[in-house]
Design a binder for this molecule. Structure first.
Ligand code: ADP
Length: 472
């Protein structure tokens, strides 16, 4: 099967979160399974662009409203990622330093989708499926069906995967002129609650819709930032496929970023070597449990609770623990975390920024990973943590429900709590600290158990293929 993944992120080309990890891995594993999967994304000016060799594949000319633009499709020459990677360059619009966050983002998303469809309309054959990821490319299923320019392509099946339904790309109707001429009787298929909603449009028009865990799919029917009724109505074509993790990058036995590699037999001793090195770097005590948080410092991740929760733990547990936080996001949370780190320099540190290498070292060194998320469609951090023998402490939501069981349950290995609240976090931390000091053997048993859980992509690849095949 020929599968085109359409996305604004793809690790290691450009990544802002889990979307990038998935698009960087899924096609590789689909190719390993004997299919032909490729990725098409915008040409963002990241390091990857300058470090690799490219061939020009196609040059074209298209328009949004009365603005005509040239675009160039370039292809990575050496198949370095295990799949064909195509970048679309639109001078001045897509070739920016950041992936998102510009005032003309709507125009950028639409121009990318238009350029892609324009390029596709020059192909001599049709792909078997176009797999769209998140709202940035969410107008493609509608455009394929109802924009006159692409009539010939209307029978190409489309699949939408929702990595996060909080963001929907809302547009005013005045911006509808940016979409190539379409059958105006079909306006309802672009709209939700009075505005153009690219995510809702994708849910309505894609042939199948998936999201990245089963529990998140359920949750969307009663909590999806305004789309609840739509998910209820479209439930027949919606399903959940859990993300996998890419063991080429996330494997403690081969990880090049960490001090000492280890596997299930050597986890106890070698994890400690990693921990000692990391604690030395951050002035923490390796004898005490190390609890980490890695992620965007935003309300969705309940990062706003971290500063007060850490302070409560410090006083409540009399400093018998260490915290290390890595993340960036809302400035007031960043500031508060820095303040907490200054108040408890021997027990807490906060690195504000994005650091892939440090994140690997933290997963390898930590005893516990805290994820109090308010919303978590799948969550990759907890799966990376498990792979590295680090016990996840997670709020029971979305994909965290599907991937972590509580240590109090039969054969459980993690710590779960119900509310994104300081009280629940402090209680979870006290359970973790108790486990660390009072039951080290159970902790080691859990580590070994978690490391053997299969969170690989192979299972999910098969589920996606079944979905594609159902569209034939
Ligand atoms: P989301 O996509 O909602 O941000 P996920 O758990 O799905 O959350 O994916 C987060 C990914 O981003 C993980 O690979 C995590 O390790 C990484 N990550 C998040 N913040 C940082 C950071 N500050 N430095 C390094 N890696 C980070």
């Amino acid at each position: 099967m020929e599968i085109i993944h359409l996305s604004f992120e793809c690790y290691p080309v450009a990544k802002a979160g889990g979307l990038g990890d998935v698009v960087g891995a899924l096609p590789k594993y689909q190719n390993k399974a004997g299919h032909y999967a490729k990725v098409v994304m915008p040409m963002i000016r990241t390091k990857f662009l300058y470090q690799h060799e490219w061939d020009v594949d196609f040059k074209g000319h298209a328009n949004i409203a009365d603005w005509w633009f040239d675009y160039t499709v370039i292809k990575e020459r050496n198949n370095i990622l295990g799949f064909d990677l195509y970048l679309i360059d639109i001078y001045g619009l897509l070739d920016r330093e950041k992936i998102y966050g510009y005032s003309d983002d709507t125009q950028r998303y639409i121009a990318f989708q238009v350029a892609f469809l324009n390029w596709l309309s020059h192909w001599q054959h049709k792909p078997d499926v176009i797999h769209c990821h998140d709202y940035h490319v969410g107008l493609v299923p509608f455009m394929l069906k109802y924009c006159y320019d692409y009539n010939r392509l209307g029978d190409i099946p489309t699949v939408l995967t929702i990595h996060n339904a909080q963001y929907q790309g809302w547009m005013n109707w005045s911006e509808s002129r940016l979409i190539p001429a379409w059958d105006t009787w079909k306006g309802g298929l672009l709209e939700w609650k009075g505005v153009i909603n690219p995510l809702a449009s994708a849910v309505k028009n894609a042939w199948q819709v998936t999201t990245v865990s089963w529990s998140y799919m359920e949750e969307l029917r009663y909590n999806s930032n305004g789309l609840e009724a739509l998910f209820e109505y479209e439930r027949g074509k919606c399903s959940g496929v859990l993300n996998g993790i890419d063991s080429d990058f996330w494997n403690p036995a081969t990880d090049k970023f960490i001090e000492q590699n280890y596997d299930v037999d050597t986890v106890t001793e070698n994890k400690l070597i990693n921990k000692e090195a990391l604690c030395k770097e951050f002035n923490l005590d390796p004898q005490k449990p190390l609890i980490i948080f890695i992620g965007r410092l935003v309300g969705e991740k309940a990062a706003d609770l971290l500063p007060d929760a850490i302070i409560s733990c410090m006083y409540g547990m009399k400093g018998y623990l260490n915290f290390l936080v890595l993340g960036s996001g809302e400035p007031h949370i960043e500031w508060q975390l820095k303040q907490v780190a200054q108040t408890f320099p021997a027990h807490c540190n906060a690195v504000i920024g994005y650091d892939e290498a440090l994140s690997h070292r933290m997963y390898a060194s930590a005893d516990f990973l805290l994820m109090p998320s308010r919303v978590e469609p799948c969550g990759l951090n907890q799966m990376y943590a498990m792979q590295y023998g680090t016990v996840p402490m997670v709020r029971s939501t979305g994909g965290l429900i599907d991937t972590v069981t509580d240590m109090g349950d039969w054969q459980g290995w993690g710590i779960r709590f119900d509310h994104a609240s300081i009280g629940d976090i402090v209680h979870a931390v006290s359970r973790a600290v108790g486990l660390y000091y009072d039951h080290p053997e159970s902790l080691n048993g859990m580590r070994r158990h978690m490391m053997q859980i299969d969170n690989s992509w192979e299972k999910s690849v098969q589920q996606y293929l079944n979905i594609y095949l159902s569209l034939k």
